[in-house]
Design a protein around this ligand. Structure first.
Ligand code: TXA
Ligand code: MG
Length: 314
């Protein structure tokens, strides 16, 4: 049965309501600097199950847990030197670390899909930080979009996908980074599990060694690792040098196009605009979205990763 989704402002009443909803096991979407997260109490099985249900996620993939401080992270996972280096350099920020779970962590087993490791992140967005501090416990949050659809970078995107399926949306405006966090596995050699909002080169530079590449072995079919993901209703054509008839062109750099990710060719600006522009072109009823070539450097890696998944056969 559809519920009424409350739109909450980031003011004292809004935070108090969001905390009350989370404490009752309900779901509240909230902004992070990467994308909006669909938050639920990470220690409450029902809340976590509701996350999968609201998203229509086909299976129980492990979720990222959000905490307000490094101390809180250390209470949930076994910390390491590499974690220290990366957290000191990039937390709070668009970086998720996968570390071995500690005994007595108290998290719902659904959060980790019963893995022995936990994906954990300290977001920089001030609204996220205020909410996490006010709630006082770990919050599990995947991106706040129906499974397989474009990730949300505004409260309106969240409402478009999940209105009537979640209890509340905390509106903190548009996300700065606009791409999901970079995920680095630290249970073994530091490994890039998902390119994202923090350029992998920056992490490698801080560690003083290149990151190992993740080889999917099929045991963990993560949504972010599924071939078709972030899919708009329209078909997609990548590396398009020009607009063909019947297409809209999502441009990059100095090109004539319908919407431009960054006329200046700036990858940070492009990352921030990516999902919002895809939403807009998709909502315009376009049949085919063509996309200019994006360089495979810095945030371009993550942008191209999302575009390839959006374009993959469904
Ligand atoms: O920026 C982000 O990371 C956003 C915001 C809301 O924080 N969250 C997000 O969550 O993108 P989600 O659920 O869409 O993606 C989480 C990814 C999945 O690919 C999942 O498989 C992986 O993290 N993951 C979670 N726990 C893991 C673990 N223990 N080991 C390896 N991968 C894990
Ligand atoms: Mg997602």
């Amino acid at each position: 049965m559809p519920m009424t989704t409350e739109m909450l402002e980031p003011d004292p009443q809004g935070y108090a309501r969001a905390v009350a909803l989370l404490s009752q096991g309900n779901l509240v979407a909230f902004p992070t600097e990467t994308v909006y997260g669909l938050g639920g109490d990470a220690c409450n099985d029902v809340a976590v199950a509701r996350i999968f249900d609201a998203k229509g996620r086909p299976r129980f993939n492990p979720l990222i847990v959000h905490v307000p401080s490094i101390e809180e992270a250390k209470s949930l996972v076994h910390w390491s030197d590499a974690a220290d280096i990366l957290a000191s350099a990039f937390w709070p920020g668009p970086l998720t670390l996968v570390l071995p779970l500690k005994e007595g962590h108290g998290l719902s087993p659904l959060v980790t899909a019963e893995l022995e490791s936990l994906a954990i992140r300290l977001p920089a967005n001030p609204v996220a930080q205020t909410l996490l501090r006010a709630f006082g416990g770990p919050v599990a949050a995947p991106s706040a979009n129906p499974s397989g659809k474009i990730s949300p970078t505004t409260a309106a995107h969240v409402a478009q996908g999940l209105d009537g399926r979640i209890a509340g949306i905390l509106d903190g405006g548009a996300c700065d980074v606009g791409l999901e966090s970079t995920i680095i596995g630290l249970t073994d050699t530091p490994t890039l599990l998902r390119p994202g909002g923090l350029p992998a080169e920056a992490a490698a530079h801080a560690l003083g060694a290149p990151l190992a590449a993740h080889i999917g072995d099929g045991t963990l079919t993560a949504p972010g690792q599924m071939a078709s993901h972030y899919a708009p209703g329209a078909a997609m054509r990548l590396n398009a040098e020009e607009r063909r008839s019947g297409e809209v062109l999502l441009g990059f750099g100095a090109v004539e196009c319908d919407l431009n990710l960054s006329a200046a060719g700036d990858l940070v600006e492009a990352a921030a605009a990516l999902f919002g522009h895809l939403h807009k072109l998709d909502n315009s009823g376009a049949q085919i979205i063509a996309v200019s070539p994006i360089p495979e450097t810095g945030l371009g890696l993550a942008i191209n990763d999302r575009l390839r998944r959006a374009a993959a056969p469904r």
